[in-house]
Every structure is written in C-alpha cells, then in structure tokens.
Design a protein around this ligand. Structure first.
Ligand code: ATP
Length: 324
C-alpha cells in the first residue's frame, strides 16, 4: 500500500483551558479530497494547525507522506491557507507571492513564470501590481490561495478557503479546487460550506467537542437514508393510516418545502414520503397505492444533502462550542 498523504494517530492538542482536539485518528490517501466538518469551536483549525506544524500536539502522532509533522520534509510537501490570513498590506499582490516563493526557496526564474500564472488562476491576474491594502477581503483570500499553491504542493490544507468571498467567488474557488484535485493534489478542506464538501470531497469526518463523531465516504454517508416520494391523486387520510398499518412502514405527507420547485395545485394530489430499507419496497408500495384506487403520477428518490445530514447529526448534541 502506498504511503498515505496524512496519517494521524490519536492526535491531540489540549490547550491550558482544556479545549482543543482529542484522539483524532484518520488516514487520507494520496489524491483524495477530505472534508473536515464540525460546529464552531469543534477543533478543526486546531487539528490543521498541528498537521501544518504551527502548534505542537500534546499527545499522539502524525505524518504527511511518511514525514513526521513539523519537519521540513513534511512542510515541503504542503500548501496552507489559514482561516485568519493577513498579508503585508504595503506590498503588492505579486510581491507577497514572491515572498512566499523565496521562503519556499523557489528559484527566481521559476517564480517569475509561476507567479503571474497563479494570480491568474486564482482570479486576481489583473490586480497583481496593486498593493494589498487596496484589495477587498475576497481578493486577499484569493491571494492566500496563490501563496498556498506557490510551491506546487502535493497536499493543500484549506481552512475555510472562501469564507470572505461572494457567491461568484465561492463558485470559482470550488471549480479551482476541482481542477487541483484533477491534477492529483490531495486536499484537506475545513469548511462550513457543506455543498462544497459534498461536491468535492471523497471522504469526510465530523468533529464535535474536539473528537471525531463520524467519518466515512461522503456518498455512503448520504446514501444511508433512503427516502422516497410518491406523488399520488385521490388521497385520503384514512387510506394513509390503512397503508401504514398494513405495511408496518411510516408513510407521511411530505411538506411542500421538502420538494423544492414542485407545486401541486389540486388538493387531492399529494406527495407521500417514506424511508425504505430496500428498493423492492418501492414496487410493493406502488402496487398497494394503485390497488387502493390512487393515481400514481410520479415516484422519486429523495437524496439527502450534507446540510440536512449535518443538522441531524449535531442537533441534540451537547456541543460546547465557544460557550464558557
Ligand atoms: N490558543 C488557544 N488557547 C486556548 N483555547 C483555544 C485556542 N485556540 C482555540 N481554542 C479553543 O479550542 C476550541 C477549538 O477551536 P478551533 O479554532 O480549533 O475550532 P474550529 O472547529 O476551527 O472552529 P471554527 O469553525 O469557529 O473555526 C475552541 O473552544 C477554541 O475556543
């Protein structure tokens, strides 16, 4: 088996106040995109800061491509966009990226070619000669992405990479990340933008109060809940109770906002929703509905989105977050 991009074993950072993150064990394969989710204060940034060598773990260990975290060998493999970034506002965008290139010991001729390309790629190609103090927050975040990419990293750590951007900027960053993933770069993404995690990441972990609560493949996690919708005519509440009693399932009326963009005019036409274990049950229900004289207009599978999954997972949890 090839060396994983990240291997963390019981990685722990306990701050003096007892907060931080505890016992995080994960493996991220080369070329994978990994999403790290959790409510505010769950410990996501703390974990990333340990991996990039900014803070020392209080217990456990981790490697990047087989190199111990914190070593030059590990740092040489990575690019990092911190959550709270701040660049020298008296420098121009180009100069900031050049400074990062020098810190990474990149030859001048290579940097000369790469810097304008990178600025172009992150969408501030026309503004490279402007001083950072004239950049908007979104442009500074784009600049941060260019800095993170300057050493052509094998792994990219991104802590909320588009938090300062408008919807257009976020969309552009999403496509850039898709492109980088396509080039084989491993991506570790801390994000509250669950749609981005859903579309980009292969696997994910959910952190709460510093500990991993769930982890796994994004599509497997989202496929676990198998909800189906049946659009039927000739509905009556009596028929619904009979159906539930007969099948032992829990069919219910779907709320209109569960079915985005679908408007039903006629009140005798409704959407029924059921969570089914097996796909064969769809045929069975369909037959029963028709046998009871209902008209079946449509059957569709309701895909759960990461947003709903996240809300279900964290609701009711005792989340310490930022509370005292
Ligand atoms: N230097 C520090 N000293 C003490 N406590 C800290 C320190 N840095 C973070 N914490 C606390 O550790 C916990 C985890 O913080 P962290 O920033 O890692 O969370 P996060 O999941 O990244 O949050 P967010 O989504 O808001 O960025 C929080 O309770 C935070 O207040």
């Amino acid at each position: 088996m090839s060396t994983p991009a990240i291997e963390a074993v019981s990685l722990t950072k306990e701050y003096d106040n007892g907060r931080g993150c505890r016992n995080v064990t994960i493996t991220v394969g080369k070329g994978e995109a990994f999403g790290f989710l959790g409510p505010n204060g769950a410990g996501k940034s703390t974990f990333v800061k340990m991996l990039v060598g900014l803070i020392h773990p209080t217990a456990g260990s981790a490697t990047l491509f087989g190199h111990k975290i914190g070593t030059l060998e590990a740092k040489g493999q990575m690019g990092y966009l911190p959550e709270l970034y701040r660049y020298q506002e008296w420098l121009t965008g180009e100069e900031v990226v050049r400074l990062h290139a020098r810190l990474c010991r990149i030859e001048r001729s290579v940097a000369d070619k790469r810097i304008p390309e990178l600025l172009q790629e992150v969408g501030i190609g026309q503004r490279g000669k402007d001083r950072v103090k004239h950049y908007s927050k979104g442009m500074q975040q784009r600049l941060g992405l260019a800095c993170a990419l300057v050493n052509d990293p094998a792994i990219l750590f991104l802590d909320e990479p588009s938090s300062a951007m408008d919807p257009i900027g976020r969309k552009e960053v999403r496509s850039l990340l898709e492109k980088l993933k396509g080039r084989g770069i491993t991506i570790f993404l801390n994000s509250h933008l669950l749609g981005d995690v859903e579309s980009l990441c292969d696997r994910m972990a959910l952190l709460n109060n510093g500990e991993i609560l769930r982890h796994g493949k994004v599509n497997e996690i989202l496929n676990k809940r198998k909800s189906w919708l049946f659009k039927v005519g000739g509905y009556s509440p009596v028929l619904l109770s009979w159906l539930n009693e007969f099948t032992g399932l829990f069919l219910k009326l779907a709320q209109p906002n569960d079915i985005s963009g679908q408007h039903v005019q006629d009140e005798s036409i409704v959407w029924l929703e059921a969570e089914l274990e097996h796909e064969e049950q769809v045929g069975w229900i369909t037959r029963l509905l028709m046998e009871q004289g209902m008209i079946l207009y449509e059957v569709s599978r309701q895909k759960e989105h990461l947003e709903e999954w996240f809300m279900n997972e964290v609701s009711g949890l005792n989340h310490r977050g930022e509370a005292e």
